[in-house]
Design a protein around this ligand. Structure first.
Ligand SMILES: CC(=O)N[C@@H]([C@@H](O)[C@H](O)[C@H](O)CO)[C@@H](O)CC(=O)C(=O)O
Length: 270
């Protein structure tokens, strides 16, 4: 069974994919990006080719090359590198999973297929299981993001019995505002040492209260240092300072109405 070096916890930056002005991937800045995260933001875990990295808008070969560059540049500097390998095609997803294992990533994550959608838990788990089986030595994370996939199967239902089906299952990346569902996932699986990574940065403090063990998000690229201060305040039970940090970070994040103006799907729209 896959066992991570240690449980993935703390902040995980969902990396953007740097582009040149001609729409080509700008591999040349990834080394500097790693240094910036580690040295300026105090963030040593990354999530590559996810929503923020626009993995689903890249070709398979681009996704492989991006993953490779992050793993090469992050070696001996970053703690854990998780590669998102979700795709509509099971074969492509398996190919990406195998590639992640080959290049030495620390884990893989997969979203639910979002065009011809799984209509129940078993169908979704079977899809995830086939992808996970393509990289049997890598920790596997389910990436729950119902507002974007349209797959509304509750994470708590999905997690029930998942390790029997997917032995490499190590955790959940939960990008949804349903804190009841999140809290139930944590409560029912606490003894299994899974990672519960929250993905709505604006609500991280509430998710910590519900038992989040870490967070994956776009804002940790530039608010990592501040958010680490919030995690420390929470740890020492200084809730008033923690709340202040969380409130300050709201101001840096576009509100859903601004997002809607920019024709980007906001959380409240779906
Ligand atoms: C829809 C979306 O992009 N959500 C972000 C959040 O970090 C989000 O940008 C943040 O909460 C600001 O709204 C993450 O959950 C996505 C993520 O981690 C990823 O890039 O895979």
């Amino acid at each position: 069974m896959a066992s991570p070096k240690r449980r993935l916890q703390g902040l995980v930056a969902a990396t953007i994919t740097p582009m040149t002005e001609h729409g080509e991937i700008n591999f040349s800045v990834i080394g500097q990006y790693v240094d910036y995260l580690v040295e300026e933001q105090g963030v040593k875990n990354i999530f590559v080719n996810g929503t923020t990295g626009e993995g689903l808008s890249l070709s398979i070969s681009e996704r492989c090359r991006v993953a490779e560059e992050w793993v090469t540049r992050g070696r001996n500097k970053l703690d854990q590198i998780v590669i998102h390998v979700g795709a509509l095609s099971l074969k492509e997803s398996q190919e990406l999973a195998q590639h992640a294992a080959k290049i030495g990533a620390d884990g893989i994550a997969v979203i639910a297929p979002f065009f011809l959608k799984p209509w129940n838990k078993d169908i979704l788990v079977n899809f995830l299981k086939e992808v996970a089986a393509a990289a049997p030595a890598l920790p596997f994370y389910y990436y729950h993001i119902p507002a974007l996939t349209g797959v509304k199967i509750r994470a708590e239902e999905l997690l029930d019995g998942i390790q029997e089906k997917i032995p490499t299952f190590q955790g959940l990346k939960f990008s949804d505002t349903d804190l009841l569902d999140f809290g139930q996932c944590v409560d029912q699986n606490r003894q299994r040492q899974f990672a519960f990574l929250f993905g709505v940065d604006e609500q991280l403090l509430s998710a910590l209260v519900m038992g989040a063990t870490g967070a994956v998000g776009s804002t940790y690229n530039y608010l990592g240092k501040k958010t680490n201060q919030m995690l420390e305040a929470f740890e020492r039970k200084d809730f008033s300072s923690a709340l202040n940090y969380q409130k300050k970070s709201f101001l840096k994040i576009p509100t859903s109405s601004k997002l809607n103006d920019r024709k980007i799907t906001g959380w409240n729209k779906v």
